[in-house]
Structure formats: structure tokens, C-alpha cells
Design a protein around this ligand. Structure first.
Ligand SMILES: [Ca+2]
Ligand SMILES: [Ca+2]
Length: 195
């Protein structure tokens, strides 16, 4: 009985196979009209195997996600108080879990051709996947001045870690992608807000 049922399954599987094969065998479309397209004959001889053992990498990945600018208070047409806000986001698929004082979001202001100076920082500790932490800085801005209007500074957002973070015995605070820990945006975009 067991053999019989196996046979039935086998015959069933074979008929599905032949049905599927035959339904692909016929000319579904006129291939001569499909210039440059992938057509059935191109797939002959392709040794398709099922993909096995796909592992999705789950790891915490705090990243310098975005720098936003806006006018807080417009004094005159071209001047006022502006806010520069950096957002650090855990763009990874796992929670970032750490101890206090091991990580920080930093915002730098760098005048054209000059050295950057730290204008704001915000420490954080844990970030679930998708969670954000922000760092903000407000200042006066004059879009018609040489130092801001003509040669606006650059803003740089950084995710900064304690130097020992990869050796502290806690894998949950090991950022799996160091490439996205820095973001830059020109203050020229602040001038654009005043136009
Ligand atoms: Ca660690
Ligand atoms: Ca990162």
C-alpha cells in the first residue's frame, strides 16, 4: 500500500512536470519580435538548482542617516536663526545594545578650507532596529554674508565609538557596517532656504 501511494505520488509529480514542461515548450510569443529579450532558447542548458542555505545577516548598524536644515526664526529676508539637525539611525536588522559612554553622535562644522569644529554631540546607549537619535545645533545665519552666503561651511555628522568597543565582550554593540558612519551636507542648502 505504501509502495502504491509512493507510485501515485511519483506519477502525479511526473504529470505536473510534463504539464509544466509542455506549457513552456510551445511558442508563447513570436521570439523574432523580442529583440534583445531573454527568450526560452537562451535558457536551454542552464543548470538551475534550488538555492540552499541562505543566511540573512542580522546585525546592528547605527548610521549617520540624514542632516536636516531649517529656519527657526527669520529676522530679515536673508538672515535669521537656523537649526542643523543630524539623525543617527540603526539601519541594521538587530538591536544595538551597549553601555553608556561607548557611543556618540557628533556634528561638526567645517568652514571652507578650514578645520572642522565640534558644534554638538549626543551620547546614546541602545537603539532598536529603525530607532533614531538626533543631535542639533542652532546658530545665526546670514545668507548675504561672505562667510555663510558666499562660502558656506560644510556640516558633518559622525557616529563615534569607544576605541575598545569591538573588544569589550559584547557583540551587540559591534556596528557591522563602518562605511555609513559619516554624512556630509553643504551649508549652501541653508542659503537655498532663504531664497
Ligand atoms: Ca563589542
Ligand atoms: Ca554603521
Amino acid at each position: 500500500m505504501k509502495r502504491l501511494s509512493s507510485l501515485v505520488v511519483l506519477v502525479g509529480a511526473l504529470s505536473v512536470f510534463f504539464f509544466v514542461s509542455s506549457s513552456f515548450a510551445g511558442p508563447v510569443v513570436d521570439s523574432s519580435k523580442l529583440k534583445g529579450s531573454t527568450i526560452n532558447k537562451n535558457l536551454k542548458g542552464v543548470n538551475a538548482r534550488p538555492i540552499k542555505n541562505i543566511k540573512v545577516l542580522t546585525c546592528p548598524d547605527p548610521a549617520a542617516d540624514v542632516i536636516d536644515f531649517w529656519i527657526v526664526n527669520r529676522g530679515t529676508q536673508f538672515a535669521g536663526t537656523v537649526e542643523i539637525k543630524g539623525t543617527v539611525k540603526n539601519v541594521g536588522t538587530a538591536s544595538y545594545e551597549s553601555r553608556a559612554n561607548q557611543q556618540m553622535a557628533q556634528l561638526y562644522e567645517a568652514p571652507l578650507g578650514g578645520a572642522g569644529r565640534l558644534v554638538a554631540s549626543q551620547s546614546f546607549q541602545n537603539l532598536t532596529a529603525g530607532q533614531t537619535v538626533t543631535v542639533s545645533y542652532s546658530r545665526q545665519w546670514n545668507a548675504s554674508s561672505p562667510s555663510e552666503g558666499e562660502f558656506p561651511p560644510n556640516y558633518r555628522l559622525l557616529v563615534v565609538y569607544d576605541p575598545d568597543i569591538s573588544m569589550d565582550g559584547n557583540a551587540k554593540n559591534d556596528d557591522c557596517n563602518g562605511v555609513n558612519n559619516q554624512k556630509e551636507r553643504s551649508g549652501a542648502d541653508i542659503n537655498a532656504l532663504f531664497r
